[in-house]
Design a protein around this ligand. Structure first.
Ligand code: GLY
Ligand code: MN
Ligand code: MN
Length: 432
């Protein structure tokens, strides 16, 4: 993404900030494992959104009315190994109007705050950062008799940025499409590689191989590869069991490309062929997903997408004898929650569970063009005495990534086999 993209975002933010205001945002801290081993660094998404600056130990300050330059970046100076971006390139390459050493923040930021009445900052995310802000403000308060006035209004910057992040620009859409394409390649590779007797982590290795060879050094979240009953365990990440002939395997994996995530789930038979019971449940989940997708268009509300999926699932479970009773009563008592997680998906973007409210003024948000979401119904049937044995340990989720468009939606993951026949044909080696 070029620096104009980030400048546009800062300008959009400044357009929302009032007179005498200032925004402060801190980079993510570097996480060190033990001794001095460094994890790969991942910038805080809000900081990356507004600055594109990739280093830790950085602080962005935005002052719309500052004549000498509205965007100030504090960062590390170039060291003698030339490892850090440094002040000059912070301006040259990352568009800062002014750059100062991060070691000078305690000296400079309180001075900048003197002209600020309203301070925007992300509240309550980091105790250290909260304390630092309070400390700077208290330094000004202590000088009240010298005529210094501290900011008297605080605004949650995170909420503003999170709403901005919800609406994807062209450049963001492009990055998500790349993350999705790489995610689909990885799923296809695992699907083709799969056979009974492998360990779950061997499929994970295929996924990681495809991610890394396409420039995604890390997944967007820990990949889930759950064979048989493991597919019914949420957030299963052990991925260390054998994949058995006759079972299904659920893979929930997505790539992170330039800070943008994909989040894709496919469930398929380990031996390449769905059993009749597996096919029945799979097609019910697929029917629920298709119903949910049909509700994705601008103007419809978020909860309508979930509601129709629950209706289809409940009706289907009644027909299969997995739920007993009248449709309306079962809906009322939420009987489906025994097998279905009452959720339909989430926003997708820089974070896999991306930012943005689902309700606005206590009303379910209306879908709008430019939003990206997942649609991921599932059924998870664990073994129980009151359930016919044929359904035991069938866990199925189908998760697609969807861009809402002016006319409806586009399924970004449409290139990945999804129906029973598409999956079986693909696993048998047919082209897709
Ligand atoms: N992979 C996490 C989710 O599907 O929400
Ligand atoms: Mn997922
Ligand atoms: Mn998801």
């Amino acid at each position: 993404m070029n620096k104009i993209e980030f400048k546009n975002r800062r300008e959009e933010l400044m357009g929302m900030m009032g007179e005498g205001s200032m925004a402060i945002l801190s980079a993510a801290t570097q996480k060190i494992r033990n001794c001095d081993v460094h994890y790969p660094y991942r910038q805080d998404s809000d900081f990356a959104y507004l600055t594109g600056f990739p280093e830790p130990e950085a602080l962005a300050v935005i002052i719309p009315e500052r004549e000498q330059g509205q965007y100030i970046l504090f960062c590390r100076e170039k060291d003698h190994y030339d490892q850090h971006i440094g002040l000059e390139d912070a301006c040259e390459l990352y568009g800062a109007d002014d750059a100062f050493p991060i070691t000078d923040i305690d000296e400079i930021v309180p001075c900048l705050l003197e002209s600020c009445r309203c301070l925007y900052y992300p509240m309550g995310y980091s105790q250290t950062f909260d304390e630092q802000i309070i400390n700077w403000i208290n330094q000004l308060r202590a000088r009240i008799r010298n005529g210094v006035v501290a900011p008297n209004e605080m605004v949650a910057l995170d909420h503003i940025l999170h709403e901005m992040r919800l609406f994807k620009s062209e450049a963001e859409e492009k990055a998500i499409r790349t993350a999705v394409d790489i995610g689909m390649r990885a799923h296809k590779r695992a699907m083709r590689f799969c056979q009974p007797g492998l360990y779950e982590y061997e499929l994970e290795a295929e996924i990681n191989h495809e991610f890394i060879r396409n420039g995604c050094r890390s997944p967007a979240f820990p990949s889930i590869v759950g064979g048989g009953k493991n597919a019914c365990i949420f957030h299963y990440t052990e991925n260390n069991c054998i994949l058995n002939d006759g079972d299904l395997v659920l893979i929930d994996a997505g790539a992170e490309f330039n800070h943008y995530a994909s989040d894709i789930t496919r469930t398929f038979p380990i031996n390449g062929h769905f059993s009749p019971a597996q096919k029945t449940i799979y097609e019910l989940v697929l029917k629920a997903q298709q119903a949910a997708l049909s509700k994705i268009y601008p103007g419809n509300q978020w909860n309508e997408v979930l509601k129709v999926a629950i209706d289809v699932i409940t009706q289907g479970l009644i027909e299969l004898g997995l739920l007993v009773g009248k449709f309306d009563a079962l809906i009322e008592e939420e009987a489906y929650t025994r097998f279905y997680v009452p959720n339909i998906g989430h926003w997708l973007g820089m974070d896999v569970h991306d930012t943005g409210d689902y309700k606005v003024d206590n009303v379910w948000r209306e879908l709008e063009a430019g939003l990206v979401m997942t649609v991921e119904p599932g059924l998870y049937i664990t073994a129980a005495e009151d359930i016919a044995k044929e359904w035991w340990n069938i866990g199925i989720r189908i998760e697609d990534n969807v861009l809402i468009t002016e006319n409806g939606h586009e399924i970004l993951t449409a290139g990945l086999p999804k129906t029973v026949s598409e999956i079986e044909a693909f696993m048998a080696g047919e082209k897709s």
